[in-house]
Design a protein around this ligand. Structure first.
Ligand code: HEC
Length: 138
C-alpha cells in the first residue's frame, strides 16, 4: 500500500493518467493545420486551462496572484470533472455549440487519481499572463 502511494505520486503517473483519461478528448498540443482543427472533439487542454484560469481571475479578483488562482483552480477542476454543469463552466457558448458538455467522469477516474493528476495538469498546461492578457501554453 505504502509503495503504491509513492508510485502514484510520481509525475510519470500523472502523465499516464492524462494520456489514458483525458487526451482522447483534450489534445495536449494546439492544432497546427485546419485538418487538425476539424478533427478536434474537444478543446485542447491548454485552451481549457486558459478558460478555467481566466474565469477564476475575472470572477473573483482580477490580478490575483497565480498561486491563489492555482488553489482555486485545482478543486474547481476536481468538482467539474465529476459534476460538469453549464452554469459553472468557463468555456464559451461557441465551445458548447461545437463540442457539447463534458461528460461526468464519475466511475471513469478515481478521486485518488484526480489528486495525483490535476496539480500536474494545471502546472503543465496553465496559461501565462503577458501584458495583462492570458496566453495559452503552446
Ligand atoms: C469524452 C470527452 C472528454 C474527456 C474524456 C475529458 N473531457 Fe474535459 N471537456 C470536454 C468537453 C467537450 C469540454 C468543454 C465543454 C465543457 O466545459 O463542459 C471539457 C471541458 C473541460 C474543462 C473546462 C471546465 C470549465 O472551466 O468550463 C476542464 C478543466 C477539463 N475539461 C478537464 C479534463 C480533464 C483533466 C480530463 C481527464 C481527466 C478531461 N477533461 C476529460 C470533454 C472531455
Amino acid at each position: 500500500m505504502f509503495v503504491q502511494t509513492l508510485q502514484a505520486k510520481e509525475p510519470r503517473s500523472a502523465l499516464i493518467l492524462f494520456e489514458k483519461k483525458c487526451q482522447m478528448c483534450h489534445a495536449s498540443t494546439l492544432p497546427k493545420t485546419p485538418e487538425e482543427q476539424n478533427k478536434m472533439v474537444s478543446p485542447p487542454i491548454a485552451v481549457v486551462m486558459k478558460n478555467t484560469v481566466m474565469g477564476i481571475d475575472a470572477e473573483l479578483d482580477v490580478g490575483m496572484p497565480e498561486s491563489e488562482i492555482r488553489k482555486i483552480a485545482i478543486p474547481f477542476m476536481k468538482d467539474y470533472l465529476y459534476n460538469p454543469d453549464r452554469k459553472k463552466t468557463n468555456c464559451e457558448d461557441i465551445s458548447f455549440d461545437r463540442f457539447g458538455m463534458m461528460p461526468s467522469l464519475k466511475g471513469f477516474i478515481t478521486e485518488d487519481e484526480l489528486d495525483v493528476m490535476l496539480p500536474w495538469v494545471y502546472d503543465r498546461f496553465k496559461p501565462t499572463k503577458v501584458n495583462d492578457k492570458w496566453i495559452e501554453k503552446k
